[in-house]
Design a protein around this ligand. Structure first.
Ligand code: ADP
Ligand code: MG
Length: 325
């Protein structure tokens, strides 16, 4: 009946959309730009993200999600309406939508995800637990009576789940993830150099030279911010090894959540996990040394998802194609 099946990973940081017939059709930051006066959505995605910090008073850039949940329903709806239009879906086509909600989220939060899809024009909506989608999209076979552990380090939240027989046995969601590395480096540079850098600069530093372990190469990057003493722009050089301790502090908090779940995992399932390893996914897991860090602290092998930024969307797409009730 529904010939158009649309899978939506509405992430805090990035939104990915798969059309079951066409594959990946949308992959952009979860940001919209609205006109303050008319409240109309001017643009969304990368174009809107580029406006952050550069907008005039008339334009407001909004993040509809915060730490895994919809924090601005109206903007979330505008974002989905925008992307539906962009990928050529009109309201009349009433697509079948498969979308995810964070595990451990409240019923109200789940309902908000479902409602936002309906309000944006979906014909029928199925909400899937995010760790289930991430596990399937990472290639884990979760239908067997075998314990699997999934760690999804996104932008705003880290989700840790133990899955068996297709269901979540236990899980936790921590409001510390990829973006917290950026914030930590901003604080460090302000305190050590009296230099205020922006979010984008911090993220670039993290992605290009960030690491949880020192190495001989000790790569350097030049960054520019505002000198807090003179008030003027200033550039400094930051080296990779210098950031290790800053990033380790944040990674340590993520580690505590993983250890907390492992400690509560029933014995049989824990032994399955120690045999098969922990599946690591989400953009935040791409920080250099993250796999080694978790391995060292848990003693368990780490399996890295092939496409950490896309695993949730891929999983939803697989569920859509297999047919859902
Ligand atoms: P969400 O599910 O919250 O939308 P994602 O899984 O898309 O989040 O991950 C976004 C996070 O991943 C951001 O904090 C981003 O800075 C981080 N990230 C993306 N690529 C890398 C990389 N190569 N190294 C470190 N962090 C990265
Ligand atoms: Mg995600």
């Amino acid at each position: 009946m529904f010939n158009q099946k649309i899978a939506i990973d509405l992430g805090t940081t990035n939104t990915l959309v798969y059309d079951s017939k066409k594959g990946l059709v949308y992959n952009e930051p979860t940001v919209i730009a609205i006109d303050r006066k008319t409240k109309r959505c001017l643009t969304a995605g990368q174009e809107a993200k580029d406006m952050v910090g550069r907008t005039t008073d008339n334009i407001e850039a909004i993040h509809p999600l915060s730490q895994g949940v919809i924090s601005d329903f109206d903007s979330a709806q505008k974002l989905i309406e925008f992307l539906f239009k962009k990928i050529g879906i009109n309201r009349k086509s009433k697509p079948r939508v498969i979308i995810c909600a964070p595990s451990g989220g409240s019923e109200v939060e789940k309902k908000a995800v479902e409602d936002v899809a309906y309000q944006s024009g979906a014909g029928k909506v199925t909400v899937v637990d995010e760790p289930i989608a991430a596990a399937i999209g990472s290639g884990l076979s979760i239908g067997e009576p075998v314990g699997r552990m999934l760690v999804d380090i996104g932008g705003g939240t880290t989700d840790v789940a133990v899955i068996s027989l297709g269901g979540i046995v236990l899980s936790t969601s921590l409001k510390v993830a990829g973006n917290d590395f950026d914030e930590a480096i901003i604080r460090y540079i302000r305190n050590s150099y009296n230099l205020l850098i922006g979010d984008k600069t911090a993220e670039k530093l993290k992605v290009t030279i960030g690491s949880l372990y020192p190495d001989e190469e000790n790569k350097k990057i030049s960054i520019t911010g505002r000198d807090l003493v003179s008030g003027l722009p200033k550039s400094i050089e930051i080296s990779s090894n210098e950031t290790v301790q800053v990033f380790k502090t944040v990674a340590g908090q993520i580690m505590d959540a993983i250890l907390g779940v492992l400690e509560k995992t029933p014995g049989e399932l824990a032994s399955d996990i120690s045999l098969d390893g922990i599946m690591l996914t989400g953009g935040g897991s791409m920080l250099t040394g993250m796999d080694q860090f978790i391995h060292e602290k848990t003693g368990v092998e780490i399996v890295k998802s092939k496409d950490p930024l896309a695993s949730v969307g891929l999983g939803l797409d697989i569920i859509a194609k297999q047919g859902i009730k």
